[in-house]
Design a protein around this ligand. Structure first.
Ligand code: SF4
Ligand code: SF4
Ligand code: FES
Length: 346
């Protein structure tokens, strides 16, 4: 079938500089053809100057990510005809939130800077050499390893421990999540979902010796608490890494470790406290608890705007929901269960 595809073009060395425009190409689409195949077809048969990245053609290397009909996707993993039938168009643009170098090629340096910033390696001390033939290096272990020597125990990680960080290990560094990230769009210094998912890979690893240090750093400015939980990173990740889940785990871990002297952790605590006290979010009280008195004063104009749009019911007029006792019972039940699981811990 004949399909018209539109590709964003821009050549910084051209006469007009890099002012992106959409160029249309008619191609003969075959069943089973991917968007990457279509790009190759255009380059091979119609316009050799078209620039795009690709390597593996098998959804492994992460290099062919583009914005397809407005959303980040791997060109080699997306079938052309179904996408065309679903959306009625094929518009291929470079990934959002990245600087364009030429056509569909974007500058990945900021992406790698963020990954490097979280120190993507395991910190282990006195790491014993692996015995010949052993492929896995694991932590001091527990169940099912009673018969092993202490050296062997040090080198095994049990299945549950691996599963905990398994998703984050699947990342192919395609950058789709960062392209879809709302926080990154307004703050280019935000550490962003790909690096946060990678951070969980190490924080969640039982062998890691610098968890606390990592969590303190991630709790700082432009760190994990700046994520607004829009879920885009998880929705558009082609490898089911689920970066938002990693972010939530990092946050929970930081609170568990007592790293709570920051706006993000205070906001969570004030939220929990507000529900417990009045059964709903008391935005005004939460702002004071999160930011403190002086910084909250600067939020007054914003608070008034929220009030005018019905986003912040007056706390003094609606102090508690009707069935607050039921909410309190839920909290009591949670506390009971927590106590039981604490007593069970070895
Ligand atoms: S959930 Fe957070 S990290 Fe993920 S895309 Fe949204 S703002 Fe970015
Ligand atoms: S987390 Fe997913 S979307 Fe983000 S870089 Fe890794 S594989 Fe790509
Ligand atoms: S070409 Fe490698 S992921 Fe698409």
């Amino acid at each position: 079938m004949k399909i018209k595809i539109k590709i964003s073009r821009c050549d910084p060395l051209g006469r007009t500089g890099c002012k992106p425009f959409l160029q249309a190409y008619d191609i003969e689409a075959r069943e089973g053809m991917t968007v990457l195949d279509a790009l190759h077809l255009v380059k091979d048969e119609q316009d050799g100057t078209l620039a795009f990245r690709r390597s593996c053609r098998s959804a492994i290397c992460g290099s062919c990510a583009v914005n397809l009909n407005g959303f980040p996707k791997l060109a080699c993993k997306t079938q052309l005809i179904p996408e065309y039938k679903k959306k009625g168009a094929i518009i291929i643009e470079p990934l959002f939130n990245y600087r364009v170098i030429k056509d569909l090629v974007v500058d990945f340096n900021p992406f790698w800077d963020k990954i490097n910033k979280i120190e993507p390696w395991l910190n282990q001390k006195n790491n014993p050499p692996l015995p010949q033939g052993d492929r896995f290096q694991i932590c001091p272990q527990k169940e099912g390893m009673e018969g092993l020597s202490s050296e062997k125990k040090w080198q095994r990680v049990d299945k549950q421990a691996v599963l905990k960080i398994g998703n984050s290990s699947k990342c192919i560094m395609c950058g789709c999540c960062n392209a879809a990230c709302n926080t990154l769009e307004i703050d280019k210094h935000f550490v962003a979902p790909a690096a946060l998912a990678k951070a969980w890979r190490f924080v969640g690893d039982e062998r890691e010796l610098q968890r606390q240090k990592r969590l303190v750093r991630l709790s700082g400015g432009h760190g994990m608490w700046d994520c607004v939980r829009c879920v885009h990173c998880t929705e558009y990740c082609p490898k089911d890494v689920a970066p938002l889940q990693a972010i939530e785990r990092l946050r929970a871990e930081a609170i568990k470790e007592g790293i709570i002297d920051n706006d993000g952790a205070r906001h969570v605590e004030s939220m929990v406290d507000s529900i417990k006290r009045v059964g709903r979010l008391d935005e005004a009280a939460m702002t004071f608890k999160t930011l403190g008195f002086l910084r909250s004063l600067g939020m007054i104009p914003f608070g008034l705007k929220m009030e005018m749009h019905g986003k912040m019911p007056m706390p003094l007029i609606f102090p508690q929901i009707e069935k607050i006792e039921e909410v309190k019972k839920i909290y009591e039940e949670i506390e009971k269960r927590k106590a039981v699981s604490r007593n069970r811990e070895p």
